[in-house]
Design a protein around this ligand. Structure first.
Ligand SMILES: *[C@@H]1O[C@H](CO)[C@@H](O)[C@H](O)[C@H]1NC(C)=O
Ligand SMILES: *[C@@H]1O[C@H](CO)[C@@H](O)[C@H](O)[C@H]1NC(C)=O
Ligand SMILES: *[C@@H]1O[C@H](CO)[C@@H](O)[C@H](O)[C@H]1NC(C)=O
Ligand SMILES: *[C@@H]1O[C@H](CO)[C@@H](O)[C@H](O)[C@H]1NC(C)=O
Length: 594
C-alpha cells in the first residue's frame, strides 16, 4: 500500500486484505471503454509505433462520490443558498474527489501486474483521482487490448500516437473514468484557437476615440467597425472603475498551441489604446515546459493578454503557456507527443493553493471529437475550479451552429448541429460574439447550440425551454432539446485592434469576446473583494437569476451546417446568451449577492 494518504487509510479496512494483491489480470474479460467508428476526420494512419516508445499515461480514477463536488459547487454558487460564496479550499476539494480505497487497490494491482510500479508515478493529484505513469506502447497495448498507431493530421502535419478503441478489464470499468492518450486525437495543434486575422493592414495611428462622433448611446461611432479598449469601456460601462485589490485579485489567461504573448507588443498596444496603463506587465507561468519565445508573438496570445490587461488594469495578469510538443518524430523514442492539453493545464492549476479568481480560455473542439468520458473528466475538473472560487470563461467557438459539413462521426454521417467543447460543459461560462454598436448585434460566427453530452442544468432550464418553444419546431432533429445550451453571455468579437510583431492587425473571433468578458469580471471580482465579499466563482446560477445585468442582444443569427442558424432575440438565446455585460448594473447585482 504505497498509496497511503490519511484519507485512504481511514476510508476502509479492506486495504489490509486486498483481494487484488495476487490477481492475474490476464485472465479477465476486457470490455471496450471507448471506440471510434472511423479514423477521426482529418487524421490518417501512417505506421505502427515502436513497441518501446514511451507514453505518459494519464489515468482518471473514479471518485468515491462524484456527486459531492457538484452539489457543493452549486451550493456555493447559488445566491439563494446559505453557502453562497463559501468556496472550497484545495484540501476540501481534494477530499471530495478522492477515489475509494478499493479503486486505488484495483488500479494499482492492475498496474503492478503489467510491470508498472505505482510509486514511480510521474504525477499524482493530491485528491488522488489522477495518476500519470510511464508505459511503453507494448505495455499499453496489452493493458488496453488495443493496437496503437501513428496518425498524421492532413492540414497541420502533426502526428500523434493514438488508438481507435481501448478496453479495460470489466471490473476496472467501476474504477477508471478515462485513460489518455488513447482515443482523444486532438493535440495542441488541432485543438482550435478561436481567433482569425480579418484584414492585413490597419492604420489607426491618428485615431483618437475622444475625437469621434458619438452614437445615440454615447459610443464612439468608429466602434461599429474597429474595436479598441475605449469602445469596450464605453459599451460595457467600465471606464470609471479603478481596481484596488491588486494584491489578491488576479486574472489568468490559459494559452496553448505554442502561442507566446509578447511583452513589447503589449507596451505598443497600451501606449496607443490604454495610455494610462503603459508599463503594465503580466507574469508568464510555464506549464509542462511551455515556452515563452519573445521572437515569436502569437496572434491569439497577444489578443488575449492585450485585452485582459487593457480591460482589467491594474489587476495583475498571468499568462499560462502550456507545453505543446515540438514537431513529433515518431522514429525516436522520445516521449514527446503524449500531450493532453486540457488535462495537463487543469491538473497543474488545481494543484496550486492560490488560483486566479478569473480565467479565460480561447480554445476548443467540436464536442463529438472529444470522447464522452474524456469530456466528462475535463468538465469535472472545470467544476473543481468553480468550487475553488474561480470564474472560468471559454470562447463559444467561431462556426455558428457548426462548421464544415456538420456530419456525425458515429458511422451514420447524419447532418447535425455541432456543439463545441468545453463551451458545452455546464460548469463554465461560455462567451459568444457580437458586432456593431448601432445596435450591438450577434456576430454571424458566434458559436452557439445545445450539448449532446451534458444535460440542461437547472440554472438555465426555464429560459432554454422558452427559447425552444419559440422555435416552434424549426431545426427539429438538428439539435438536442435536452442538452446544456450555450453561450451564457457575449461581448464584441470582431475588428479588435491587436498589436502583433509591432503592427496593428484586425482580429476577430469569440477568442476576442472571452478575454473581454474576463476583464470585466476581474473588475467585478475586485469590487466584491473591496467590499469584503468573496470572489464570484462559478457565475452561471447568479447571472441567469439576474438577466438585467446584461444588454439583451436581439438581432443577428449564427449560420452554419447549411442553415441560417439560431436567431438572437429577446431574452436568452443560443447566439448571444443573456447578452453583453453592463458593468454598473452587474456591480449592484454582485454587491448584493451574499
Ligand atoms: C462518412 O463520411 C466519411 C468521411 O467523409 C467517409 O469516409 C465514410 O465512408 C462515410 N460513411 C458513410 C456510411 O457514408
Ligand atoms: C441529448 O442530450 C442528452 C442529455 O445530455 C443525452 O443524454 C442524449 O444522449 C443526447 N442525444 C443525442 C442524440 O445525442
Ligand atoms: C473589511 O475588513 C477589514 C478587516 O477585517 C476592515 O478593516 C474593513 O473596514 C472592511 N471593509 C469593509 C468595506 O467592510
Ligand atoms: C433589430 O431588431 C429589432 C427588433 O427585432 C428591429 O426592430 C430592428 O430593425 C433590428 N435592427 C437591425 C439593425 O437589424
Amino acid at each position: 500500500m504505497r498509496w497511503s494518504s490519511a484519507f485512504v487509510l481511514a476510508a476502509s479496512p479492506l486495504c489490509l486484505a486486498s483481494p487484488f494483491v495476487s490477481k492475474r489480470w490476464d485472465d479477465v474479460e476486457l470490455l471496450t471503454k471507448h471506440s471510434w467508428n472511423e479514423v477521426p476526420r482529418g487524421w490518417f494512419y501512417k505506421a505502427a509505433p515502436s513497441p518501446d516508445h514511451v507514453l505518459d499515461m494519464r489515468i482518471g480514477l473514479k471518485k468515491a462520490n462524484a456527486a459531492a463536488l457538484i452539489s457543493s459547487l452549486y451550493e456555493v454558487s447559488d445566491p439563494r443558498h446559505e453557502r453562497y460564496g463559501k468556496h472550497l479550499s484545495k484540501q476540501d476539494v481534494d477530499a471530495l474527489v478522492a477515489p475509494h480505497t478499493d479503486t486505488v487497490d484495483a488500479v494499482e494491482s492492475w498496474l503492478r501486474f503489467h510491470g508498472i510500479e505505482p510509486s514511480n508515478a510521474l504525477f499524482r493529484s493530491s485528491g488522488g483521482n489522477w495518476l500519470t505513469v510511464t508505459v511503453t506502447v507494448a505495455q499499453a497495448e496489452r493493458m488496453l487490448g488495443t493496437t496503437y498507431g501513428i496518425y498524421e493530421h492532413s492540414e497541420s502535419d502533426a502526428s500523434v500516437i493514438r488508438t481507435l478503441s481501448y478496453a479495460l478489464p470489466a471490473e476496472l470499468h467501476d474504477h477508471i473514468d478515462v485513460m489518455a492518450p488513447t482515443t482523444y486525437f486532438s493535440t495542441t495543434r488541432t485543438f482550435r484557437a478561436t481567433s482569425f486575422v480579418e484584414e492585413d493592414t490597419v492604420d489607426d495611428s491618428d485615431r483618437k476615440v475622444s475625437d469621434q462622433a458619438l452614437t445615440a448611446a454615447g459610443i464612439p461611432s468608429s466602434c461599429n467597425t474597429a474595436i479598441t479598449i475605449d469602445c469596450l469601456q464605453a459599451l460595457y460601462n467600465t471606464a470609471d472603475y479603478t481596481p484596488t485589490q491588486t494584491d489578491v485579485n488576479k486574472l489568468g489567461v490559459a494559452g496553448y498551441l505554442d502561442e507566446y504573448a509578447n511583452r513589447n507588443d503589449l507596451q505598443t498596444f497600451l501606449k496607443q489604446y490604454r495610455p494610462d496603463a503603459a508599463g503594465a506587465e503580466y507574469d508568464t507561468v510555464s506549464v509542462q515546459d511551455g515556452g515563452d519565445d519573445q521572437s515569436d508573438p502569437g496572434i491569439e496570445a497577444n489578443l488575449d493578454i492585450q485585452y485582459t490587461v487593457g480591460m482589467s488594469y491594474p489587476t495583475p495578469n498571468i499568462y499560462y503557456s502550456t507545453g505543446g510538443s515540438p514537431p513529433f518524430n515518431p522514429d525516436t523514442q522520445t516521449p514527446t507527443n503524449t500531450n493532453e492539453p486540457y488535462l495537463d493545464w487543469l491538473n497543474y492549476i488545481l494543484a496550486q493553493d492560490e488560483i486566479p479568481q478569473t480565467i479565460t480560455t480561447s480554445y476548443g473542439d467540436d464536442e463529438q471529437t472529444v470522447p464522452l468520458e474524456y469530456a466528462d473528466s475535463v468538465c469535472a475538473l472545470l467544476a473543481e475550479l468553480g468550487a475553488r472560487g474561480t470564474t472560468v470563461f471559454f470562447s463559444s467557438g467561431d462556426f455558428g451552429v457548426g462548421g464544415g459539413d456538420c456530419q456525425t462521426n458515429d458511422g451514420k454521417n447524419q447532418t447535425l448541429f455541432q456543439p463545441a467543447f468545453p463551451a458545452s460543459c455546464p460548469y463554465v461560462t461560455a462567451v459568444g460574439g457580437t458586432t456593431g454598436v448601432e445596435p450591438e448585434q450577434a456576430v454571424d460566427f458566434s458559436g452557439g447550440g445545445f450539448s449532446n453530452y451534458f444535460g440542461v442544468p437547472s440554472y438555465q432550464s426555464q429560459v432554454v425551454s422558452d427559447y425552444v418553444k419559440g422555435l416552434d419546431g424549426q431545426f427539429e432533429g438538428l439539435y438536442n432539446t435536452s442538452g446544456r445550451a450555450y453561450p451564457d453571455l457575449a461581448a464584441q468579437g470582431s475588428g479588435f485592434r491587436v498589436v502583433v510583431g509591432g503592427r496593428v492587425r484586425s482580429v476577430g473571433g469569440t477568442s476576442a469576446s472571452s478575454p473581454t468578458v474576463a476583464g470585466i469580471f476581474a473588475l467585478l471580482n475586485d469590487y466584491r473583494l473591496s467590499k469584503n465579499l468573496t470572489s464570484l466563482g462559478f457565475i452561471n446560477p447568479l447571472i441567469y437569476a439576474n438577466p438585467d445585468g446584461f444588454n439583451d442582444i436581439t438581432n443577428g443569427t449564427n449560420p452554419g451546417c447549411g442553415t441560417e442558424g439560431f436567431a438572437s432575440k429577446e431574452g436568452w438565446d443560443p447566439v448571444t446568451g443573456l447578452g453583453t455585460p453592463d458593468f454598473k448594473k452587474l456591480q449592484s447585482i454582485v454587491a448584493s449577492a451574499e
